[in-house]
Design a protein around this ligand. Structure first.
Ligand code: KIV
Length: 290
């Protein structure tokens, strides 16, 4: 564990205070050991519904369930002591109505111990965001490229390339902020749009594929570590190549086992077995008194 851990958890108000100040750092995490590794270095650990694509091999985030998010969210909270942990509400768990969203978000908060939830959508979700924040649930918004709407958007291409789309995304971001969200993720939007939205909002923007104009940055950890597939989006910087390291380790293990080099003596329990102490004779064995 790094010495940079302070022991004090970063709170939602701490993040709001970072608007236009030191950039907010955020990474995804889905498990306790990974959370433990990342926690000393980032402000936010997002238990993203990207877990469905990254860990479960789904081709979209749509099959992710509330139970999956709760299990991964609780694991990340157990692994992190410093970062503000935010858990995604999965597709279908909040769109039906504000009360349904509240019931599911409250379950996520109570059963994981996270600090906030994230949900996708702009103006259409404003009433829901207001309903949750008025009832004690901090909400991180998410506009621009919203992966849960992939079937409506028709793919994962960058958003805001024409005026109408830019105006819609700006209105979405403003609606989310006015409804009480404490931050908003801007995903896959062009730089000028990210800059205008960031300047217009009083809450921090956190960008992914949205340029340095945002108040913070988030990446999917598996992308940054070189663990996820062969395709790397243009906006991802790979800080490590763990994929080839895992393959090399597995190859070396298999070769060692086949050549009987593993396990070696140092990996075995000692073969010297201590002689058993003879048990004292029982009365039935006839202890004779003189
Ligand atoms: O699900 C996720 O990981 C996300 C981030 C990409 C922002 O929503």
């Amino acid at each position: 564990m790094s010495t940079t851990t302070t022991g004090k958890r970063i709170t939602v108000p701490d993040l709001i205070a970072r608007k236009a100040a030191t950039p907010i750092t955020a990474l995804t995490a889905y498990s306790a050991p990974m959370a433990r590794r990342l926690d000393p270095y980032v402000d936010v650990l997002l238990v993203g519904d990207s877990v469905g694509m990254v860990l479960y091999g789904f081709d979209s985030t749509l099959p992710v369930t509330l139970e999956m998010m709760i299990a991964h969210g609780a694991a990340v909270v157990r692994g992190a002591t410093r970062a503000c942990v935010v858990v995604d509400l999965p597709f279908g768990s909040y769109q039906a109505s504000p009360p349904v969203a509240f019931a599911n978000a409250a379950r996520v908060m109570a059963e994981t111990g996270c600090a906030a939830v994230k949900l996708e959508g702009g103006a259409a979700m404003a009433e829901t965001i207001r309903f949750l924040t008025d009832r004690g649930i901090p909400v991180m918004g998410h506009v621009g490229l919203t992966p849960q709407a992939v079937n409506v958007l028709g793919g994962y291409r960058a958003r805001g390339r024409d005026e109408a789309e830019s105006a819609r995304i700006t209105a979405d971001a403003k609606a989310v902020a006015q409804a009480g969200a404490f931050t908003v993720v801007l995903e896959g939007v062009i730089e000028s749009l990210a800059r205008d939205i960031t300047a217009a909002l009083v809450i921090p923007t956190i960008g992914i594929g949205a340029s340095p104009a945002c108040d913070g940055q988030i990446l999917v950890s598996d992308d940054l570590l070189g663990l996820f597939g062969t395709f790397t989006p243009r906006f991802v910087k790979r800080y490590a190549e763990l994929g080839p390291m895992i393959e090399a380790a597995a190859r070396a293990f298999a070769a060692d086992v086949q050549a009987r080099r593993f396990p070696g003596p140092e990996h075995c329990v000692s073969t010297a077995i201590a002689p058993a102490t003879p048990a004292p004779p029982t009365p039935e064995q006839g202890i004779s008194t003189p």
